[in-house]
Design a binder for this molecule. Structure first.
Ligand code: DNO
Length: 345
């Protein structure tokens, strides 16, 4: 495996120099944030980003994410042009050494939480999803980091209605169309595409979500029978429900060579199905991180790993989930487990 760290570009309070000093870090996963969703990523911009990362002594082989325009997910408006743009972006990225692209097919909202700075018992704070609070939220007036904030309340409300009307099967159909269009290009360019599961893996606000469980991951992978068509297996997204057995999913899809990128984090599942993001250590949450790494190890995983969301600790402020300290602790913990597994095998 290759240990990486998410970096949000020059505006990220966590610098490349900080990241370089985390033991065992090979590179960052990043994106070009200035390009409107749906437009082509120009080669000059890619070269600039790559050079900036490499000058700091790190690699850039993974992009998280190339976002998918809502019109593609709804198969409406300019979606054919956006799909052509997506293909050009894959080609442009491949020309400059990108080997893996992470994306998602979540309607409107990427990850959803009820609070981004819930104080925990130990004085740190973390992202949480309390069902009761989410049920009271008005989705047309929400803004969370990582979401497209360019919609007005009216536009948001229309968008949500369009997805309600589309329903799960409609979304599957549009996903299938998109995959069958882009995958031949990814195969030709030898780029691994890793879809990120829906977070959380259940429908919210009446909007369908489909990348949620084993049966749906099977259905997704069957859409295109080539290893380049694969997963970003996110332990924290799929793992915030007991219905998903993460080590079993890793063993299954890992053996098939379909996991290209591993997001590893822990979550504490609460009795009513709510969850709190916890420190990576197994004892702090509901997931067994040693078992997760064992599953990757057993299947000979050679892909990219990154510590996922961390808590805010030691007074750090910054992008929720993406501070330096707790993610660095997570990476170090995982490197320790991996080294042990290597030496014991
Ligand atoms: C959350 C992230 C996601 C992920 C996208 C991939 O912190 O894991 O926002 O980057 O869903 O497209």
């Amino acid at each position: 495996m290759k240990m990486t760290f998410r970096w949000y570009g020059s505006d990220d309070p966590v610098t490349l120099e900080n990241i370089r000093q985390i033991p065992g870090m090979t590179g960052v996963v990043s994106a070009i944030y200035s390009i409107p969703v749906g437009e082509v990523w120009p080669e000059e911009e890619i070269v600039k980003l790559k050079k900036q990362v490499e000058d700091a002594g790190l690699e850039l082989e993974v992009i998280e994410s190339v976002p998918v325009h809502e019109d593609i997910k709804l198969a409406r408006g300019d979606y054919k042009r956006y799909i052509e743009n997506y293909k050009t972006t894959i080609r442009n990225l491949a020309k400059h050494g990108i080997k893996c692209i992470c994306y998602n097919f979540m309607p409107v909202f990427d990850w959803t939480r009820s609070r981004l700075d819930q104080p925990l018992e130990d004085g740190s704070n973390a992202l949480v999803y309390y069902r009761e609070d989410v049920d009271k939220m008005d989705p047309t007036k929400l803004a969370l980091p990582g979401w497209d904030s360019s919609y007005s309340t009216d536009e948001m409300s229309q968008l949500i209605d369009a997805y309600k009307e589309l329903g799960e099967e409609g979304l599957w159909k549009n996903l299938e169309y998109f995959i069958k269009e882009i995958m031949p290009v990814a195969v030709e360019c030898d780029v691994n595409m890793g879809i990120h599961p829906d977070d959380p893996p259940w429908p919210i606000f009446g909007i369908p979500r489909i990348i949620t469980c084993e049966a749906n991951l099977d259905r997704f992978l069957a859409l295109y029978p080539d290893k380049h068509h694969g997963l970003t297996l996110c332990s924290g997204s799929l793992g915030c429900t007991n219905l998903n057995d993460i080590p079993a999913l890793i063993r299954k899809y890992g053996k098939e060579g379909r996991i290209h990128f591993a997001h590893i984090r822990n979550v504490k599942i609460l009795d009513d199905g709510s969850f709190e993001e916890s420190a990576h250590l197994s004892g702090c949450g509901s997931l067994d991180i040693v078992e997760i790494l064992k599953a990757y190890h057993e299947t000979g995983f050679k892909g990219y790993v990154r510590p996922d969301h961390g808590r805010m600790i030691w007074g750090e402020t910054g992008k929720p989930g993406y501070g330096l300290y707790d993610r660095a602790l997570g990476a170090t913990y995982m490197n320790g487990i991996w080294e042990t597994l290597e030496k014991l095998s």
